[in-house]
Design a protein around this ligand. Sequence first.
Ligand SMILES: C[S@@+](CC[C@H](N)C(=O)[O-])C[C@H]1O[C@@H](n2cnc3c(N)ncnc32)[C@H](O)[C@@H]1O
Length: 194
Amino acid sequence: MADKIQNAYHDSKNIYDDVLTQKSIFSRLYIKLFWSGTDDNLIAKKVLDYISDDFTGKLLDVPVGTAVFTHKKWSSLKNAEIICLDYSRDMIEQAQKRLADSPQVSCLQGDVGDLPLENESMDIVLSMNGFHAFPDKKKAFKETYRVLKPGGKFIACFYIKGESKITDWLVKAILSKKGWFTPPFPTRIQLKKY
Ligand SMILES: C[S@@+](CC[C@H](N)C(=O)[O-])C[C@H]1O[C@@H](n2cnc3c(N)ncnc32)[C@H](O)[C@@H]1O
């Protein structure tokens, strides 16, 4: 499983940012056809708006990916302490390059299921587009909860099953087989029960 994820993100390292930010016409077509036109740029903005522009505490961004959506905000939070973690060496390398001039940010290669962080040490845990990729979702929830301070903020967005037939087909037939996504995926109703 671990190698499958490394390989999947290795193979997509040169197109990842383009697809997610819909830079090219092919990316826009792909998103329109398979993701009902969902704009990840807007979702990322909405998610990041939960973090104030003068935030000064400790924040974990997991998985950071290439930091394509987060690097500007993290660079601007000069008085915060930010840890970015991702399992894929190819992705974290790109994040590291983007954040090289921000001493308040550390980038680590690692597993969300075994975070190298102390209990109750984070004010905010951000998990953007992560839970559908994590192989062991229970461990990921347990670990992100463990490192969060009491009263800390957990901010997340991820794929939910059952909202669009063509998206569910793509996720099952291609994205999960390749390793970009890892089942099981909760539905909206299942999530509300947690
Ligand atoms: C869809 S990307 C999201 C990255 C970024 N948050 C974004 O929105 O662009 C999913 C990421 O999850 C990472 N990932 C998968 N399994 C992981 C694990 N066990 N621990 C940490 N990161 C993991 C992958 O390497 C990949 O970079």
